[in-house]
Design a protein around this ligand. Structure first.
Ligand SMILES: O=C(O)CCC(=O)C(=O)O
Length: 360
C-alpha cells in the first residue's frame, strides 16, 4: 500500500485506552468485554449466502445477482491453491501464538496502518472486542524482523506470495462484478489501457479470535462495512462471520472447504451508483474453538477519483455520491466510521425514481 494511503490515518490517530490483553490469562469475561445480548437480531436462516463456482459458465450472472441481493458471496474453484491457504493460515497462527511481549514489539503506531493491535474500529465502542489483529500494508519486513529475528524471511515469503495471488484474484473478481453491470475494461480509466489494474492497492488484515468463556456476551469484531472495492476473506474451519441481510437479520457465513468469501466494499457501492450494497458484517466468537481469518482489502490507486460510473448514471439514476479518492475516503471512515458512506452521499432516490431529494 503506498504511503499516501497510510497518510490517510495520520490526521486521525487512534489512542486506545486499554492495553492489549493476554487472552490466555482470562478465565471469565471481564466487564470491559461484555456487550449487551448479541443474538436478539439473529434469525433462523432459510437461504444462505450464495456459493459460486468460478468455472460455472453462468458465473457472471450469478455474481451479479449475489452482489445485488446480498453484497457478499463465497467462491470455489478460484485458483488459489490449498497449499497456499494452509501456509497463510499457519503463518498467521505462528504470529498470534507468539508471547504477548513479542507481539507488542510490532505494535501498530497510533497514526499508522501496519502492525499488531486492537481493531482500529475499537475506538468507536466503549466495550472491547475479543480479538487480536495484525495489519500488513506494504512490506512486512520491519515488523517481522521484530517478531522472528531468526527466521523472518520464510514468513515474509508467504505474505508476498499470498498478497500477489490475492491481488490477481481480486482484479479478476472486480471485472466480473462490474461486468455483470455492463461495465467493460475501457470504462475505467485508472485500470490502465488493457484493464491490467497495475496500480491498485491492497493490504492484508490477519484476525485471531481466541476461544471465549462467555461467547454470547462477547463480540469478536463489531459490525462494519469495508472501505474497499472488494474484500476477499479466508476463514479457518471455525464459523464466526455473520452478514446482515435486509429483512432477515444476521446470517452466518459457514466456512466451506477451500472457499473464500467476497464482500462488496463501500467504493464498489459508490462506483455501482448504489446498485451493489456494501455488506454490513461482524465476527462472533466461540466457547471452545479459536478462529482465524485473513482479509485481503483491495482498492483502486489511492489518489484517483472514484465516482458513480457514467454508464450507470442517467436522468432517472442521478449520481448518488460525490467523487472521492480512496485516501480521502479512509480519512472519512476514520472520522465517521459507519456514517462515512452517507457523508459522501449527494442525493437519495425516493421510491418514485423521478423525485430526487438533495441531501447535501
Ligand atoms: O473475521 C471475520 O470473519 C471478519 C473480518 C473482518 O471483517 C475484517 O477483517 O474487516
Amino acid at each position: 500500500m503506498p504511503s499516501t494511503l497510510s497518510d490517510a490515518f495520520k490526521g486521525h490517530p487512534v489512542h486506545h485506552h486499554h492495553k492489549h490483553p493476554d487472552f490466555t490469562s482470562l478465565q471469565e469475561l471481564p466487564d470491559s468485554y461484555a456487550w449487551t445480548q448479541l443474538d436478539e437480531n439473529s434469525t433462523a436462516v432459510c437461504e444462505g449466502v450464495p456459493v459460486i463456482d468460478l468455472h460455472d459458465p453462468n458465473a457472471l450472472q450469478l455474481i451479479g445477482h449475489a452482489c445485488k441481493t446480498w453484497g457478499v458471496f463465497q467462491i470455489i474453484n478460484h485458483g488459489i491453491s490449498t497449499s497456499l491457504l494452509e501456509k497463510i493460515e499457519s503463518t498467521s497462527r505462528s504470529l498470534f501464538s507468539l508471547p504477548i511481549q513479542q507481539k507488542l514489539k510490532a505494535s501498530r503506531p497510533p497514526d499508522g496502518v501496519s502492525g499488531y493491535g486492537l481493531a482500529r474500529i475499537s475506538s468507536f465502542f466503549s466495550k472491547l472486542m475479543w480479538s487480536e489483529g495484525f495489519t500488513i500494508a506494504g512490506s512486512p519486513l520491519d515488523h517481522f524482523c521484530q517478531l522472528w529475528p531468526e527466521n523472518y524471511s520464510q514468513y515474509c515469503d508467504v505474505i508476498d506470495e499470498y498478497e500477489r495471488e490475492m491481488k490477481n484474484l481480486a482484479g479478476r473478481l472486480m471485472w466480473l462484478m462490474l461486468g455483470s453491470l455492463g461495465i467493460t475494461k475501457g470504462d475505467i480509466k485508472w485500470a490502465g489501457p488493457k484493464g491490467e489494474l497495475k496500480d491498485t492497492c491492497s493490504a492484508l488484515q490477519l484476525n485471531y479470535y481466541p476461544a471465549c468463556p462467555d461467547p454470547d456476551r462477547a463480540m469478536g469484531l463489531a459490525a462494519h462495512t469495508d472501505s474497499t472495492l472488494l474484500t476477499i476473506l479466508y476463514q479457518n474451519t471455525t464459523s464466526g462471520l455473520q452478514v446482515l441481510k435486509e429483512g432477515t437479520g444476521w446470517v452466518t457465513v459457514p466456512p466451506i472447504s477451500g472457499g473464500l468469501v467476497v464482500n462488496v466494499g463501500d467504493l464498489l457501492h459508490i462506483i455501482s451508483n448504489g446498485a451493489y450494497p456494501s455488506v454490513l458484517h461482524r465476527a462472533v466468537v466461540n466457547r471452545t474453538k479459536n478462529r482465524l481469518s485473513i482479509a485481503c482489502l483491495y482498492g483502486p490507486p489511492s489518489n484517483v477519483q472514484i465516482s458513480p460510473l457514467p454508464k450507470l448514471v442517467g436522468p432517472s439514476h442521478p449520481p448518488l455520491y460525490r467523487p472521492i479518492t480512496w485516501s480521502e475516503y479512509l480519512g472519512n471512515k476514520a472520522k465517521h466510521f459507519n456514517k462515512a458512506l452517507s457523508s459522501v452521499r449527494v442525493c437519495t432516490p425516493l421510491n418514485d425514481l423521478n423525485s430526487i431529494v438533495e441531501v447535501v
